[in-house]
Every structure is written in C-alpha cells, then in structure tokens.
Design a protein. Structure first.
Length: 180
C-alpha cells in the first residue's frame, strides 16, 4: 500500500500537465505510446527473430547446388527481399507517427488560441490573466509534440540504418558465383 502513495505525486503531476495542455495532449500521448511500442517491437525483433531468419536464409542458400545460374541469382534476390521486408516492417509506420506528433502539437496550438480569442470576445478585453489558460493550452501541446517527434526521429533513423545494414550484410553473406 505504501508503494501507491509513493507514486501519487508523480501521477498527480502528470494529470495536471495533461489538463493544462488540453485534449490534444491525450492524442499526442497515445500516439507517442503507440510509436514507442512499434520501436520496441522492432528492436526486439532485430535482436532475436531476425537473426534466426537470416541464419535460415543462409542455410537455404548454402544448401542449393546451383548458385551460378540466372535462376539462382533471382532466388538470391528474392531471399534478400523477403528477409529485408521483415526487417523494415513497421518502420514507415514509425516515421508516420514521428511526422504526426508535431502536427498534433500544431493542432493544440490552434485550439488553445481559439480559447484565447473566445475569452477575449466574451470578456471584451485582452486581460492577460483571462488569456493565460488558453496560451498554456497553446504552447504545451506544441512542446509535447516536438519532444515526442524528436525521440521518435532518432529511433526511426537508427532502425532504418540498422535495416539497411542487415540487408547489405545478408547480401554479402549470400555468396554468388559468376553468372552463366
């Protein structure tokens, strides 16, 4: 029971931050969570299942008697393509999430500014105190969207480079003879 009380201040801080940023912040949070689930899945795949798949591809190629004909070259290309498609799976989706995060932050900016203008229209003045909540709703989602995008762009770049490296490595290991 003591552990629950230990986490309460952190949960309250998160709740306050989410309320301060508005509804768009929840969408950014869910998108960021989804993006990181995809990133973690790709990293786990590359550390485990990909190595097994690459080893199977190497064994399949090495078991072939003919590695020099035109057909063998086409089979090699297909093996490399199949393994590469599995390595690159979900990377375009991760990149899409990265691109959406700042756009959702911009949506939060617009909705926050609409609130500022509504307050100004209702109160008939531009009092800074009455506009403060709208301005915070405008800036916090922008910041959150940018932070989420920055964390995702670094990992998306890493995963894309890793996938390219694995494709090249597999192509180097699938030794071919001269074309007949």
């Amino acid at each position: 029971m003591d552990q629950i009380y230990y986490y309460l201040p952190a949960l309250e801080t998160i709740r306050d931050f989410m309320e301060l940023g508005g509804d768009v912040l929840y969408i950014i949070g869910f998108l960021t969570l989804f993006m990181w689930m995809l990133i973690i899945e790709r990293m786990v795949y590359m550390r485990g299942a990909h190595k097994k798949m690459a080893q199977t591809a190497l064994e399949l190629w090495d078991s072939r008697g003919d590695q020099k004909s035109w057909s063998a070259h086409q089979i090699r290309t297909r093996i490399i393509s199949q393994v590469s498609s599995q390595v690159e799976k979900n990377i375009p989706l991760i990149k899409t999430c990265v691109a959406l995060c700042p756009l959702l932050g911009l949506l939060g900016t617009v909705t926050g500014m609409v609130e500022v203008f509504e307050v100004m229209a209702i109160s008939g003045s531009g009092s800074p105190q009455s506009m403060a909540s709208g301005v915070s709703k405008a800036t916090i989602p922008t910041m959150a969207g940018m932070v989420a995008a920055l964390s995702g762009v670094a990992m998306a770049t890493y995963l894309q480079r890793k996938a390219s490296r694995e494709r090249a490595l597999l192509a180097d290991h699938l030794v071919i003879g001269e074309f007949k």
